[in-house]
Design a protein around this ligand. Structure first.
Ligand SMILES: Cc1cc2nc3c(=O)[nH]c(=O)nc-3n(C[C@H](O)[C@H](O)[C@H](O)COP(=O)(O)O)c2cc1C
Length: 402
């Protein structure tokens, strides 16, 4: 996809990950985006403006009050110029300042003034990232509509390992590309209400233990993000995950399968499409011990009872016009099981995947699925990112909603 005519302001703050940003700028330049780089003074200690001028083909802006240069209200022009602002890397300092409205240099002033969407790629030592103040600032920014990408977990320049590494430039590039792709697409779900479930459910055994599954929630969250971007009023009912709730969606956190069932029922009124991408528990402990079960030498048997089948329960008295979508995660006889589920639960569409397929399943950013509609041949889709798949599915569903 060419980004010709798209304007991206790339802001760098003072972190070691600055050395990776020329790769991002170069990738954006290659797809013909117009790029304006703005650096904090601290960022210029890590990489020279000249390098970024060379890859962006445009002068880099650093100073709020440059000597012997007339800039007038350049900060406002720069705030209004782009279609999208990307801050990479974003320091703890930048997050803190932006979360509290501090505008004491050119970059923070632009970010304060811009009416455009801002994507932030934080990068810092794990201690700084895990600091409750940083976490509070991140949450404040997310609640205000700033979009965070990363950080990743891994080895850091400071020789520590943990969460804090900036996501790689190609992942930031992909996010930018997806942003423009979504923007370009017609908002096919405007005026529609989409209810999505995501993540695993937890069934308690005692006050400290539970049984659960390996669902990461990534597919459901990608669907919720895409639904918001396509204009839908979006409700995301989610079991416990490590993901940040997508901005713009109503977020309903739940824990057990029963909680999820209740939340889906509570939010069903007026819904045009229900997508069950969550992995509820199929079984729950028959008895929840009131106190922690003590360790012992003898073997123990756990009695399990089946949990409520949410889809089946909704399908039983399905409101008129509701488009019902299920996900089937199968490790054997996939097509047969998915066909059975499609018919048994009166679904309009089922998305089948096998966690053993390369690139599919838990905790990966891609998915390889087959979609099944009643009375039609199964349709295998190409391996693609969960975000791309989310858009593809929602566009199909938009056409099915009447
Ligand atoms: C070698 C070195 C590496 C640094 N790396 C980071 C970093 O990755 N993330 C961060 O938040 N701060 C980092 N800092 C600290 C920031 O540079 C410092 O907080 C600075 O004030 C940030 O200014 P700015 O947010 O205006 O760019 C680093 C400092 C040094 C000396």
């Amino acid at each position: 996809m060419s980004l010709q005519g798209k304007k991206v302001l790339v802001g760098l703050t003072g972190g070691i990950a600055c050395y990776k940003v020329p790769y991002l700028v170069r990738a954006l330049h290659k797809v013909e985006a117009e790029i304006q780089v703005v650096m904090t003074v601290a960022a210029t200690k890590f990489i020279t403006p000249l390098t970024l001028e060379s890859v962006s083909n445009r002068p880099v802006a650093v100073e709020m009050f440059p000597e012997r240069e007339f800039v007038s209200t350049r900060h406002i022009e720069l705030a209004e110029w782009p279609d999208l602002v990307v801050i990479a890397p974003a320091t703890a300092n930048f997050l803190g300042k932006t979360a509290s409205g501090v505008s004491d240099d050119l970059l923070t002033t632009i970010v304060c003034a811009t009416p455009r969407p801002v994507i932030i790629a934080p990068a810092m030592n794990p201690g700084m990232w895990n600091n409750p103040v940083t976490q509070r600032n991140v949450k404040t920014l997310q609640d205000l509509g700033y979009r965070m990408i990363g950080p990743d977990e891994g080895e850091m320049a400071c020789d520590h390992t943990g969460v804090g590494r900036m996501v790689e430039p190609d992942a930031i590039f992909e996010t930018v590309r997806e942003f423009f792709e979504a923007d370009a697409k017609k908002k096919v779900l405007t005026g529609r209400r989409v209810l999505i479930t995501a993540g695993p459910c937890r069934e308690p055994l005692d006050p400290v233990r539970y049984i659960s599954n390996r669902s990461s929630g990534k597919m459901g969250y990608a669907l919720a993000e895409a639904a918001v971007a396509l204009g839908a009023e979006t409700v995301l009912v989610s079991g416990p995950t490590n993901l940040a709730p997508p901005h713009g969606a109503t977020f309903v956190p739940v824990e057990t399968t029963e909680d999820m069932h209740r939340a889906v029922r509570d939010h069903l009124a007026g819904t045009d499409c229900l997508i069950m991408a969550a992995a509820p528990a199929d079984f729950a402990p028959d008895v929840i011990a009131a106190e922690k079960i003590k360790k012992g030498d003898s073997a123990r048997t756990l009695d399990l009872r089946p949990t409520v089948d949410i889809l089946k329960s909704i399908a039983k008295d399905k409101p008129d016009g509701l488009v019902l979508v299920g996900f089937a995660l199968e490790t054997e006889n996939g097509l047969e099981n998915a066909r059975h589920k499609l018919a048994e639960k009166h679904l309009d569409l089922i998305v089948l995947n096998n966690p053993r397929d390369p690139g599919a399943g838990f905790d990966v950013d891609t998915n390889k699925v087959t979609v099944l509609y009643p009375g039609r041949k199964p349709e295998p889709l190409a391996l693609q990112s969960k975000s791309e798949l989310a858009y593809e599915l929602l566009e199909r569903l938009a056409a099915m909603i009447h």
